[in-house]
Write a protein that binds this ligand. Sequence first.
Ligand code: FE2
Ligand code: FE2
Length: 234
Amino acid sequence: MMQMKTNNISDNDINNHDIAEDSVDITQLRTPIKVDLSPIYNFLGARTTQAWVDAAIADLPTIIQDHANCEKKAAGTAMNLIFRYEFSYDLQRKLAQLIREEMLHYEQVLGIMSDRGQEWRYLSAGRYAKGMLKHKRTYEPAAMVDVLIIGAFIEARSCERFAALAEVIDDERLAKYYRYLLKSESRHFEDYLALAQSLSEDTIDERVAFFKEIEAELIVIPDTELRFHSGTPA
Ligand SMILES: [Fe+2]
Ligand SMILES: [Fe+2]
């Protein structure tokens, strides 16, 4: 089990975050951004299979389209939370930052799609998020804690998959972009976890362990659809 952050998110935490991220020109990214992925690998209950990586590389347009959808959904989920849970100043600030960053990622993925000459197409959501959300408790604050823990898993998995794809993608610009995303998505994972813990009087470890198993199963069990967070190709 990974170390949880302390309950209070300091101003320093918030200010340390890359406000300059807005100004990053993704065509100008140089060396890979080094991110220690070991907390991500420890947090997740299973690693992405080679079969998923192979299927993803063989159908990058689907992965990129679904990634665009995921960025928009990440912003939408954070936007729902910001309206729903207005009592916490820390939560509001973190969510406002998250929304801004996810929308920036959305815009960047749209730019990549357009540069690759990829047409926008409708793609249904996979089973992944639903597969976790159906286990969300229905009373507060437990529901909110669960949504935040699920958010941490989605971010951690995204990070793990960006790393896996960046290793093997031929398109150097896309590989660089995925490496660049590791930095913010690994921070989002930690933010979600810290928020979940800060809103809960007891330790959230047991809930994290519960969702760890569910999430790993969704990644390992055969899946008929290829998506950014899909399981092993059936
Ligand atoms: Fe994102
Ligand atoms: Fe994110």
